[in-house]
Design a protein around this ligand. Structure first.
Ligand SMILES: [Zn+2]
Length: 363
């Protein structure tokens, strides 16, 4: 961080990654050959690498840059990685792992097409070269590094991630508690431990809307600078309470991303969503999503308490043409509902198709 030429070069590389070469899940690595980047906007969804270790590498890289430049753009990327392409590397039973975290899987293609043989449809239990499992095992217990940050002179503290926790610092103790599921309410309790003036910065995630804030019971205007809500702690303690909505977000990719053109992806909270064959009829490529998505809180026997997203869709009515190619005819569609689950928990039930980017059927 003291070498400004190196720091500027690193920032340029980071900018290039997150603006042109990163998957919506936070995964990186567009090709299996060399497990590497390729060129700008080349983000194929079913032949990429997106190694769990690469996601963790992006997390580390971003956390270092964040120390030099306090903007929530860094915490946004760390969150995208943490909740999506990183934890998808491990099964919910904690005993099976993905090297490759694809955005689209067809189990038959993984079995029979050599160009897709690295894209597994289920998590193997171990690898000959086992880098990803221990990398996850050391990163998850070190999660506090990504939640909080403190300036070297201890006069400023940042809360980067909204994760239930307590952080003890030189000048203050911070506690955060969230109820994302029922009340849609978060409380940050900040206690001054030595009567020194300290600045506290709370990141306000971009995936909330209608955010209201109360400081010690008094409603305040939520002023956000570089993604953070700033408070000054003089003495005693401050309690910050926020209420909000967590809407379903519908994304599209830059049109230069050929693999995602004409497609949309969904998000709720920090989670990117995926459609899986366990919840939907097969041939996920034949669905076109259309209309308002609805989030529903469920208790799934395997996936646990999660929010699913149900989105109306039209599925091509297949009339089994006898030829491989046939003259154009107007397609007929069946009205369907497509159920989406958080991407990180895919491949924990039956083996089947999965996809993140879905054909857009319009409004
Ligand atoms: Zn690895």
């Amino acid at each position: 961080l003291n070498d400004s030429a190196l720091l500027n070069a690193a920032k340029k590389i980071w900018e290039s990654i997150v603006s042109k070469r990163m998957y919506i899940t936070g995964g990186i690595g567009s090709t299996v050959r060399g497990e590497a980047f390729t060129y700008d906007y080349d983000l194929p969804t079913d032949t990429m690498y997106c190694e769990t270790c690469a996601a963790i590498g992006l997390l580390y890289f971003t956390s270092v840059l964040q120390k030099s430049d306090k903007n929530s753009a860094y915490a946004d990327i760390m969150e995208r990685v943490l909740y999506n392409s990183m934890i998808s590397g491990m099964s919910l039973d904690g005993e099976h792992f993905f090297y490759v975290n694809p955005l689209e899987v067809d189990p038959e293609a993984s079995l029979k097409n050599p160009d897709k043989s690295h894209v597994k449809a289920t998590r193997p239990s171990w690898f000959g070269c086992a880098c990803c499992p221990p990398n996850l095992a050391r990163t998850i217990p070190a999660i506090q590094r990504y939640i909080y940050d403190e300036s070297e002179d201890t006069k400023r503290i940042w809360i980067n991630q909204w994760i239930d926790s307590t952080g003890a610092f030189e000048n203050a103790t911070l506690q955060q508690q969230h109820d994302f599921r029922n009340k849609k309410e978060s409380t940050f309790t900040i206690t001054n431990t030595n009567d020194l003036e300290t600045e506290i910065f709370i990141r306000i995630p971009y995936w909330l809307d209608n955010v209201s804030v109360w400081v010690n019971g008094e409603e305040k205007v939520l002023e956000i600078t570089d993604g953070y809500f700033k408070l000054i702690l003089f003495s005693n303690s401050i309690e910050v309470r926020l209420t909000y909505n967590m809407p379903v977000l519908k994304w599209q990719a830059n049109p230069n991303v050929k693999s995602a053109y004409g497609k949309v992806a969904f998000q709720k909270g920090p989670f990117i969503y995926a459609a899986e064959e366990s919840d939907n009829e097969s041939a996920l490529h034949l669905y076109h999503v259309k209309g308002e998505p609805v989030a529903i809180d469920i208790e799934d026997a395997v996936l646990g308490p999660i929010s699913v997203i149900d989105v109306p869709a039209q599925k091509l009515e297949q009339t089994e043409p006898s030829s491989l190619y046939y003259l154009y005819q107007k397609p007929g569609y069946l009205e369907k509902n497509l159920r989406l689950i958080p991407y990180y928990c895919w491949a924990n039930r039956d083996t089947g198709e999965m996809r993140v980017w879905l054909n857009d059927g319009g409004e």
